[in-house]
Design a protein around this ligand. Sequence first.
Ligand code: MIC
Ligand code: SF4
Length: 638
Amino acid sequence: MNVTGKIISTHLVSGEMTPGSEIAISIDQTLTQDATGTMAYLQFEAMGIPRVRTKLSVSYVDHNTLQTGYENADDHRFLRTIASKYGVYFSRPGNGICHQVHLERFACPGETLLGSDSHTPNAGAIGMIAIGAGGLSVALAMAGEPFWLVMPQVVRVVLKGELGAGVTAKDIILEVLRRMTVKGGVGKVIEYGGVGIRNLTVPERATITNMGAELGATCSVFPSDEQTREFLKAQGREKDWVELKPDAGARYDEEIEIDLALLEPLIAAPSSPDNVRAVREVAGAPVMQVCIGSCVNSSFADLMTAAALLKGKRIHSDVSLTVSPGSRQALQMITQNGALADLVAAGARVLECTCGPCIGMGQSPATNTVSLRTFNRNFPGRSGTVNDQVYLCSPLTAAASAITGTITDPRDLVKDSLRIGLPEQYISDDSMIIPPAEDPESVRIERGPNIKPFPVKGPLEESLRTRVVLKVGDNITTDDIMPAGAKILPLRSNIPAISEYVFAKVDAEFPSRAKSSGGGIILGGLNYGQGSSREHAALAPMYLGVKAVLARSFARIHKDNLINFGILPLTVPSEVYDSLDRDSRIEFPRLAEEVRNSPFITLIDDENGRTYTAEHGLSKRQREILLAGGLLNSVRRQ
Ligand code: MIC
Ligand code: SF4
């Protein structure tokens, strides 16, 4: 068995571990963040269960921290009180980004973690099966229900050799993205192995597992070895260590080999994480903004690497450099050892320990200028600026470019490796993590006016006459469907209000058109719904009445979210995609009957009477959810 198989088999509740078939696994730990958490806890509350039934559940506040009105502060208060009541640990705003803090303080090898954020697989670095999902799936896991998924294929990525000077873990994952693309990981777990992993620390491994999300992978995982033990020991958690290795001769469905010694600094050019080039190919382009941070590259070691390069230097006068530490622990460490002073002296603008610019919460770049970020996503407009030019790179490339003012291969500035290993001891101060109340009855849940009840749909229609309200191309992201940013994010707890922004950047008329056509259907290309786990990208279209999405293929989390909220995800071949257009009128003559009994759904183009079939590929369980009009209805029925 491989590592993936070992963890899944010890958590398997239902199904067979054959790739492609549906399985259910028990969940040991859950995490939520504020932008998805309010809905998740409202849904948990609606289930009427007095206390979470996981080993550990943590609620983080890290996304919506810009308090420009009452909304976010109200949400924080709601999250804090509801966590206390239901047995959830609460990580206060300022304590850090969920994935970074979870890795430091809670992640345990051999266990399972379900998080309402797509980068939850970050914790795979420690040898966990850590999966991102919609808030409702996480709410069910908190209720003690298993998590259902398609048994993934397991890809072994064999790392050999050692990284050269100037080359980092970020360049490893960018190389994987270059080879596999943003669609290449769908239905797969990426398991790392080979002698090349021996020298990679857990924070470096986390950079790699984090961006497995950009491959569309179910999750990514490293074995739990001496490196893992060292990390846990430095975190004062050695007792959480267990060894976890693949058996000799373990089987894999696919294998990829990467020689670390041959890698060079890489960069993802605008506007997709798989648009990977060598830094030297784009070197020389003027840069106006450099941002160091986000859950993928904001560890103590990442900040130290940047600080080491910037020490004693000044950033270029055209560049604005921001630094957002991933956690309060990382910030405390660089404060104590003086590296923060080096960053400030070089000209850095130090931000909170939050997602910040990664999710458009401030620091949107100037029009038509290049922004270099150590982040994981550069989807168009995600920074908050229309037609942005965001590049993704390592902290080393970022720091080098901040100094020169142009995209720079760090090897041009330093010849030796600036790799930072683990400190002997991290500062472990958990005072910003509040344990749940011992007397839950006394806790009153505080609900501000921003928190509106979530909408619920009726059962699936027997037949349907509707029209295509929007046709889009390949790789549509959940940022396209339900944009984030400082203006829209505060509405995450208010579905009626946020639904006015569905597809805002693609087609601002979408909400009114959808409402006037009784919802309608969306026609999408390949990999529809890639990116974030935000269930608002399903919940808000459902609120607008959207009945189905016809697409050539779907991203995993978004497809589950559509099902959870009663929107039919139907896969269509390219001929159907090509034949239909916006405003095509479509009839589903036997919708509910076919969802009940057939793998195919008939649709008729009303204009020319042509009949097509779409495949739904849904399990019996998923069909029942859709027939009931969503997961909450179906849970209630049970
Ligand atoms: C993201 O990186 O897009 C987010 C914001 O972290 C999302 C979650 C959300 O939209 O709330 C994610 O990755 O799941
Ligand atoms: Fe936050 Fe960005 Fe990570 Fe999402 S990708 S959790 S927004 S830091």
